[in-house]
Write a protein that binds this ligand. Structure first.
Ligand code: CTP
Length: 409
């Protein structure tokens, strides 16, 4: 559990309603052995008190740039250097803008400007502020300078609106912190292939058959594998998601195109098939828009699509060392998933319960079992798709990283 033993985190708490989640984050970081020092901005102090941060971190909380006595004990330069990682949570639109502009008008932004350590931000703001081109441009600037981000999640906001802007859950921030501080690149030198999103099978030039997959889980896995150092190719159907940083993205529409792109990406060490591939395609898509016919609606003749996971798992000497599938099930989740693993010939299968009550399909979190050919069944607690991705990437690194003693299946 002491995954962060001896690590020093400087947590900058800015002014957002999500600031309360920092209390749990501090608790979890300390459980894992990290030392946490906090800077609380003036706006942040409107949402959490220095006393609660101090009680949980058991460290003095820093609020003021110009407290001379304290400045001599621990100046802002020392504060920002005496850390392995700076975490800004919640990262409001305001602090993101000041960081992007290099403004240092309080202790928090001064510490960020003065640091020589990596910085992770967990954005949290109203959806319109998040979508505003100014915020997106500021984030692009910061990311280009190496800022790592986690979230935001989609959901209902404190202001009653719905959309992206909720701060990532403490478990996801924790996973991102662990990834940042993990010994660099356990998968360095290895190649990974991930499929993600839905496929789109044309009926005619304006109509298609598709499904509700958002691509979130697959994109998060590609991002996590890349963070661990793998040279990662993401073969993605149409989604609204941005390309994950550091990942080579191949955009496709149909299952046949997805298979061709996957085969072109071989050889790889690990393949993770998270796409919701359409099972069928229309045998002969009409080259012109189909018109209504007085004799009734058309009947579509369907053909089965290639099974990408099964093809990769049976690719002979081009087979990846580790092939991981997903099983979306609504009943007898583990039994059906294990049968699917055997049928498709993959090493591991991640079984997820997509019965409507779970909200998994298209949602932000996932409840999964990881089942391996060796008979291992791990039940993971409900967690965000990012946290699932991080944990899976960790397991893949355990199995494949050079010098690892773990077996792949
Ligand atoms: N898969 C694939 N190619 C397909 C169909 C599925 O690569 N043509 C992969 C998915 O990416 C996933 C796994 O197979 O990793 C299982 O997908 P799922 O939709 O759960 O299974 P199906 O094969 O569609 O089986 P069923 O609909 O009978 O449950």
């Amino acid at each position: 559990m002491h995954t962060l033993a001896g690590k020093r985190i400087l947590l900058i708490v800015a002014g957002g309603i999500a600031a309360y989640k920092c209390l749990e984050l501090i608790r979890r970081l300390r459980e894992r052995g990290a030392r946490v020092r906090c800077i609380l901005t003036a706006a942040g102090a409107a949402f959490v008190t220095p006393l609660s941060l101090e009680a949980l971190s058991e460290q003095e909380v820093h609020t003021d740039l110009f407290t001379l006595g304290r400045e001599s004990e621990m100046g802002h330069i020392q504060l920002s250097r005496d850390a392995d990682l700076l975490v800004v949570a919640p990262a409001t639109a305001d602090i993101i803008a000041r960081m992007a502009a290099g403004i240092a008008n309080d202790l928090a932004t001064t510490a960020v400007l003065a640091t020589d350590k990596p910085v992770l931000a967990a954005p949290a703001m109203n959806v319109r502020m998040w979508e505003h081109p100014a915020t997106q441009a500021n984030l692009a600037t910061l990311r280009a300078r190496g800022l790592a981000t986690v979230g935001p999640d989609e959901g209902e906001m404190a202001c009653g609106e719905w959309g992206y802007g909720r701060m990532a859950e403490p478990t996801a921030i924790l996973a991102a912190i662990e990834a940042q501080l993990a010994p660099a690149g356990r998968l360095a030198g290895l190649r990974a292939l991930v499929t993600s999103g839905p496929t789109r099978e044309p009926i005619d030039p304006v109509r298609y058959i598709s499904n509700h997959s958002s691509g979130r889980q697959g994109h998060a896995i590609a991002a996590a594998l890349a963070r661990h150092g793998a040279a990662t190719t993401l073969v993605a159907g149409p989604t609204a998601l941005p390309d994950p940083p550091g990942v080579q993205v191949v955009a496709i529409e149909t299952a046949v195109e997805m298979l061709a792109a996957c085969e072109a990406a071989l050889p790889v060490d690990v393949a993770v098939c998270a796409a919701a591939v359409g099972d069928w395609r229309v045998v002969q898509a009409s080259p012109q828009k189909m018109k209504k016919d007085p004799s009734g609606p058309p009947s579509l003749r369907l053909a089965e699509n290639p099974d990408i996971l099964a093809t990769l798992a049976r690719a002979g000497d081009r087979r990846p060392r580790l092939v991981v599938g997903f099983a979306a099930e609504t009943t007898c989740v583990v039994e059906h998933a294990e049968a699917k693993r055997v049928r498709k010939g993959c090493d591991w299968i991640v079984a997820n319960d997509v019965s409507p009550a779970t909200g998994t399909f298209g949602g932000a979190s996932n409840t999964v079992h990881l089942i391996s050919a060796a008979g291992g069944i791990e039940a993971w607690p409900q967690m965000s798709k990012q946290a699932v991705a991080e944990r899976l990437a960790g397991r893949i690194a355990d199995a494949l990283a050079p010098g690892s003693t773990a077996v792949a299946s």
